[in-house]
Design a protein around this ligand. Structure first.
Ligand SMILES: C[S@@+](CC[C@H](N)C(=O)[O-])C[C@H]1O[C@@H](n2cnc3c(N)ncnc32)[C@H](O)[C@@H]1O
Length: 365
């Protein structure tokens, strides 16, 4: 458990980490090092992502109880990143001791559910090469709260070598920022028209319910950009409800796609979902795509499988370039892939590497 928490802390503290990442790194360092927090994490079933689940329980309880001075260290929407100083760790340790039972109860009652709207910037980068003039029917697999279904309602800024490119809705209440670290992703000049959209999830999350919204906000890392993005995207989702189908994606995708307009190009999106499927389910999903009987694209942004440091295979079964394996081993990285079905023939390629919160993209293609 200590290693898992330290690993998350390390992911938030690379040499070039912006100052706003320090609180998240420190929170997970505390979970690795504080006896009470470590015991709480160690008591959770390993498949519940204990350090992450515990971090969410802490955030949730702090947001509700507003203990001083601890609450002041955590960003809220629009607050900017509060200053982190040496008072944080003792304040957190005292809070954990005082509220250990409540934290355990919260962990038992919830699952860790990360919804990262920034991943829409990775998906959009692929869409430029996919029939840019054809309306799409968007199916977001494992959509969670449905943030990925609204990708035409966000504004995006891609920055590379001092140049920036802005795409998307000029009236969007927020802008997703993505640094292009290498290569030239085919970002489209405009976001494709979405003729139909639907999300599938075993546990769709309704952002209209305040308790669900609060828990999902607590699952967001305490980094000002992530906190602001989630709040803004959550407001967009609530203003534009889209259909969410409850079900296993392998079992339901055929039925869901059958109802979508045939003239639109079917685009299946999966961000950090297929990585969690058992091998058999991933194989069944891949096998059923040509059977859907229409042209389609499957855009995936997922870590390599098996999940963990030994990951080496693409969830889409595509050849993985050495650079992707090497980058993956050096830290948690999403691998961007595109698999196409045209007239029943399947082809595809790994295209790039992506930061899990879409802070950067590295294009390989
Ligand atoms: C890590 S979250 C990612 C959510 C969202 N795609 C994102 O990137 O922010 C994984 C989501 O996949 C859903 N999920 C996992 N297995 C699934 C399955 N077999 N069928 C449908 N949804 C699934 C979970 O309920 C969860 O909402």
């Amino acid at each position: 458990m200590r290693d898992q928490a330290s690993g998350v802390a390390a992911g938030w503290s690379p040499p070039d980490a912006p100052p706003s990442w320090a609180l998240t790194a420190e929170l997970f360092r505390a979970i690795a090092e504080d006896d009470v927090l470590l015991d709480l994490a160690a008591a959770l079933p390993p498949d519940r992502l204990p350090p992450l689940l515990l971090s969410a329980a802490v955030r949730d309880l702090v947001a509700r109880e507003q203990p001083a001075p601890l609450a002041g260290y955590f960003p809220t929407p629009g607050s900017g990143q509060p200053v982190l100083d040496e008072g944080f760790r003792p304040a957190l340790a005292a809070f954990a001791r005082e509220h250990a039972e409540e934290l355990a109860r919260l962990c038992a009652a919830h699952r860790y559910q990360m919804n990262e709207v920034g991943r829409s910037a990775d998906v959009l980068a692929v869409l430029g090469d996919i029939a840019p003039d054809r309306p799409i029917a968007l199916v977001d697999l494992g959509t969670g709260a449905g943030l990925g279904l609204q990708l035409d309602r966000y504004r995006y800024r891609y920055a590379a070598d001092g140049r920036t490119r802005t795409v998307g809705d000029p009236d969007s209440p927020f802008e997703l920022h993505c640094a292009v670290r290498a290569g030239d992703p085919p970002v489209p000049a405009t976001v494709p028209t979405i003729a139909a959209r639907v999300g599938i999830d075993v546990e769709p999350l309704d952002l209209g319910v305040p308790e669900i919204r609060d828990w999902l906000a607590a699952c967001v890392p305490p980094e000002t950009g992530a906190v602001d993005r989630f709040a803004a995207a959550s407001a967009v989702v609530r203003a534009h409800p889209a259909p969410l189908v409850r079900g296993d994606l392998v079992e339901t995708v055929e039925r869901v796609c059958a109802d979508l307009p045939s003239e639109a190009l079917l685009v299946l999106v999966d961000t950090y979902v297929h990585v969690f499927l058992p091998d058999d389910d991933r194989a069944r999903f891949a096998a059923l795509l040509p059977r859907l009987g229409r042209d389609l694209e499957w855009i995936s942004v997922d870590p390599l499988v098996p999940l963990g440091p030994d990951g080496r295979d693409s969830v889409q079964g595509l050849p993985v370039p050495d650079r992707a394996v090497e980058a993956y081993r050096a830290g948690v990285t999403g691998v961007v892939g595109r698999l196409s079905v045209r007239d029943g023939a399947v082809s595809g390629r790994v295209l790039g590497l992506a930061h899990p919160g879409a802070a950067w993209l590295e294009w390989l293609a």
